[in-house]
Design a protein around this ligand. Structure first.
Ligand SMILES: Cc1ncc(COP(=O)(O)O)c(C=O)c1O
Length: 409
């Protein structure tokens, strides 16, 4: 029997960032939260059982793990992605953003340029700014018809002109949902090698890939890439463990690893949360079948969204994701400036989504929706959206137009 993801599990009053902080985080109490990237599904039973055993044991002292921890990571990444890390490459951190920030400090100086590709997961910009580095942008090119591509000439020019020594890659890409091809990754990696630019490859979404696409671990493509890449992974998106704060960073090159570890030591961090370690091991050991069913459920949710938007709301176009459970919605057909679009979603559709511009000005006119929720919730969300669009606008002859009192006659 497969796993079901249909159960609606109430999350209010559980200290959930997604549900319990509407006032503090710009949401609304009466809006459906489909914003931050965690899922409304319980973690797999193998994980909840392991955590229940830990809780029953009752002692939560300092924790560390032995070789079997790495063996599980090795199994996961070698079998699924053909990436074969060595035990010595692993650095455990309490999160991927923590690791990216540490890499920014370890490998660049104040005022140095760091390259990203916007629209991009907004903490990338934050860690660059808050650490006093300079953000250089290689904007992704939107081609309409729901696809983004990389402007490689601009990528290389920006690196060369600014003498960029660190590039933060989002692979698969949040929010545009691209799963970069081997060719694209090879081209990026080669440019970086040519210019002595180190790559921090954030691969946290690697386990959510839609049929027809394949995730490639950048570091696995060429031996030269292996020695020029900090590969950031975590079980947190895959198994919904973000609150347990655990991530696994692989750095093959010893001198890079030493610098990175030194930066982490400077923060005072040493041991990871024991519950996170327990959950990570249980998930990688036994969570495969659950993940398979989850990916099918997400693909079905995506199809549900695609069909709904296409058939009923022509003003909103879904940027077809190749991976991740986050969907980038091109709402420019609604002709609303971003603040009005945000307010329309929150106040009229009663949907708490992420505003496109938090991912950079390139996100103007877009919204990001998280579809990792039971189908009934998605159905409700889309019903609310349709109702709001109908109320706010009039659908005339199949075309979405602004409400015009004269056309009411
Ligand atoms: C691309 C990307 N990286 C990192 C994170 C967060 O990772 P962590 O919670 O381990 O810092 C997210 C969460 O949405 C993400 O989308």
């Amino acid at each position: 029997m497969g796993y079901s993801f249909d159960e609606i599990i109430p999350r209010k009053n559980t200290n959930s960032l997604k549900y319990d902080f509407a006032d503090e985080r710009g949401g609304a109490e009466d809006a459906l939260p489909l914003w931050v990237a965690d899922m409304d599904f319980a973690a797999p039973p193998c994980v909840t059982d392991a955590l229940a055993r830990l809780a029953r044991h009752g002692i939560f002292g300092y924790s560390e793990v032995k070789a079997d921890y790495f063996d599980l990571l090795y199994q996961w990444f070698s079998v699924r992605f053909g990436f074969e890390p060595k035990a010595g490459w692993l650095v455990k951190t309490p999160g991927v953003v923590f690791a990216i920030a540490a890499a920014v400090r370890a490998f660049t100086e104040k005022g140095d340029p760091v390259l990203i590709q916007r629209p991009a997961y907004y903490p990338f910009s934050e860690v660059i700014h808050v650490n006093g580095r300079r953000l250089i942008n290689n904007p992704l090119v939107y081609q309409g018809q729901g696809a983004y591509r990389i402007d490689f000439a601009d990528f290389e020019r920006k690196i060369a002109e600014n003498n960029v020594k660190l590039f933060i890659l989002c692979s698969p890409h949040n929010p545009v949902g691209r799963v970069w091809t081997r060719e694209e990754l090879a081209a990026l990696g080669d440019i970086c090698l040519r210019h002595g630019c180190l790559v921090v490859s954030d691969e946290i979404h690697c386990d959510f890939i839609y049929p027809g696409h394949t995730h490639t671990v950048l570091a696995s493509l060429k031996p030269e890439f292996l020695n020029n890449t900090i590969t950031c992974t975590a079980p947190s998106k895959t198994f919904n463990l973000a609150g347990l704060q655990i991530s696994n960073i692989f750095i093959a090159d010893e001198s890079l690893r030493v610098r990175f570890k030194h930066e982490i030591e400077r923060t005072g961090f040493s041991q990871l949360n024991g519950a996170g370690l327990t959950a990570c091991m249980a998930a990688y050991r036994g969570g495969g079948p659950w993940l398979k069913d989850l990916n099918q459920y997400l693909a079905d949710n995506l199809e549900f969204l695609r069909t709904f938007l296409f058939g009923k709301i022509p003003g909103i176009r879904m940027v077809e994701p190749e991976g991740t459970y986050l969907v980038w919605l091109d709402c420019r057909g609604l002709n609303l400036p971003q603040p009005e679009l945000d307010s329309f979603m929150l106040r009229e559709a009663k949907l708490w989504l992420d505003s496109g511009t938090i991912f950079g000005p390139e996100g103007e006119g877009f919204m990001r929706i998280n579809i990792a929720c039971p189908r009934k919730v998605l159905d409700r969300a889309l019903g609310q959206l349709l109702h709001a669009v109908r109320t706010h606008f009039q659908l005339i002859k199949g075309e979405l137009m602004h409400e015009n009192p004269e056309s009411k006659s």
